[in-house]
Design a protein around this ligand. Structure first.
Ligand code: FES
Ligand SMILES: [Fe+2]
Length: 446
């Protein structure tokens, strides 16, 4: 349970709020690199409550510029992106990627008014198929982009398989990612003997948690006993400020990202990569749902057609509360726990159902929620430390810390999990940690 003040501190991300200031110390993933083209139409985005235009100039340099023209407040969205700048459609004022006013054609040529004017335009950069924004205080010297391994591997070794807008606060998404015990309820199939395409399964619903604070956030493992004395481990990293790397496998390591659009909307990105092998499946979010009720897909289902006039117009889910998240009652009776047709939609349904900003003064957390409690504490402490004495939040100035991986594996009796899995976790090897497999159960069946 949090106090009202703590809940506000955790949830609010606008400029000037402690959490908003914390978020602004990091590079933020915003769009896929192919969305904005050089000299192309700008895209409306909203990040941390700020309405911005994502665009590229003639050189291909990305930028995130305030949506409103400083002259008389018209939308620069309708402007012309041409010859190294964005020109307002109203009276022709033109701005470069750094926010300098480079032309003011309706003023006398003798006027130097334009030289006194600078608008908000945040730095952008491309990495790993994503265009990132840096909205922090030092635009001249931003930190390095987090060196996630998925940004460093060849393109065929990563896939961006999910993306859609969550209609709830960012922390509800992140908490869902760190919440290990929901897996074998929310995402489970009803009958262990059924095909895993209907959901996951493990006979042991409760797990033992082991947590390790790290320089970038938190590493934790959930261990479940196997009948031969070994244990089944699922490891997860929380990386500041909004990344959850849930348990990976030798088929790839998954990462979920929860970028606060504002206090009540969140952009969810999901991706997967492998350090050495090409990964299978569509490279960009697929909109498919399975034909057979109860079969789960790894994307997040259909999106609405372009929602003109609003932020991130192409990333609104067509599957939401108004359709009960496509919950199929027959599948719910016979196949899986919810009858909702994608794992991510199952998560979204429950996280949105808490309301736009969950009231954490009314919750009742148990011992199984230890990871959520710890992550919240770390995030709140970091926001306060930044506010009080300017302490840079974890990882914000150390991009190399982000080269980590998670896994699912079996650990032999008596063996230390961090030692057994450490070379994989910290990318010192490309060999997947196999460990003993007590029942000969293929990992895909878990
Ligand atoms: S409102 Fe943009 S140039 Fe006048
Ligand atoms: Fe989940």
């Amino acid at each position: 349970m949090l106090t009202r003040e703590e809940n506000e501190l955790l949830s609010r991300v606008g400029a000037g709020t402690p959490m908003g200031e914390l978020m602004r110390r990091y590079w933020i993933p915003v769009n896929y690199t192919w969305e904005a083209e050089p000299d192309g139409q700008p895209i409306r985005v909203r990040i941390l409550g700020e309405d911005l235009l994502a665009w590229r100039d003639t050189n291909g340099t990305p930028a995130f510029t305030q949506e409103r023209c400083p002259h008389r407040g018209a939308g620069l969205y309708f402007g012309r992106n041409e010859e190294h700048g964005l020109r307002c459609a109203y009276h022709g004022w033109k701005f470069d990627v750094d926010g300098n006013c480079i032309e003011m054609p309706n003023e006398p040529t003798s006027s130097n008014f334009k030289n006194k004017l600078k608008i908000t335009s945040y730095k952008g950069t491309d990495f790993g198929g994503i265009t990132w924004a840096y909205m922090g205080p030092d635009q001249e010297n931003p930190p390095g982009v987090p060196q996630f391994e998925w940004g460093l591997v060849p393109e065929e070794q990563r896939r961006h398989n999910r993306r859609f807008i969550y209609q709830c606060n960012w922390m509800q998404g992140l908490e869902g990612e760190l919440d290990s015990t929901h897996l074998f309820f929310l995402h489970s199939r009803l009958h262990p003997e059924d095909d895993p395409k209907y959901g996951s399964y493990h006979p042991e619903h409760s797990a033992t948690f082991h947590m390790q604070k790290t320089d970038y956030g938190l590493l934790y493992g959930a261990a479940r006993p196997e009948s031969d004395g070994s244990s089944y481990w699922r490891t997860t990293h929380f990386l500041f400020p909004f990344y959850g790397m849930f348990p990976g496998s030798d088929n790839g390591v998954p990462l979920s990202i929860y970028v606060p659009i504002d206090d009540e909307y969140t952009m969810h990105f999901g991706l997967q990569w492998h350090p050495t092998k090409a990964v299978k499946g569509s490279k960009w979010p697929s909109q498919d749902l399975a034909d057979e009720p109860g079969v789960l897909v790894d994307g997040s289902g259909p999106l609405k057609p372009e929602q003109k006039g609003t932020f991130f117009p192409n990333w609104w889910s067509a599957v939401g509360p108004e359709t009960d998240f496509h919950m199929n009652l027959e599948a719910k009776k016979t196949r899986n726990f919810t009858g909702i047709p994608a794992i991510r939609l199952q998560d979204a349904a429950l996280e949105w159902s808490m309301g736009p900003i969950m009231d954490r003064t009314k919750e009742h957390l148990g011992t199984a929620d230890a990871v959520i409690i710890r992550a919240r504490r770390q995030i709140l402490a970091a926001a306060r430390a930044l506010e009080e004495d300017g302490t840079p939040p974890p990882g914000s100035e150390n991009p190399e810390l982000y080269k980590v991986r998670s896994c699912t594996s079996f650990v032999a009796p008596g063996e230390d999990w961090q030692e057994a899995l450490g070379d994989w976790h910290y990318a010192r090897t490309t060999e997947y940690p196999v460990g003993p497999d007590s029942q000969g159960v293929p990992r895909g069946n878990r």
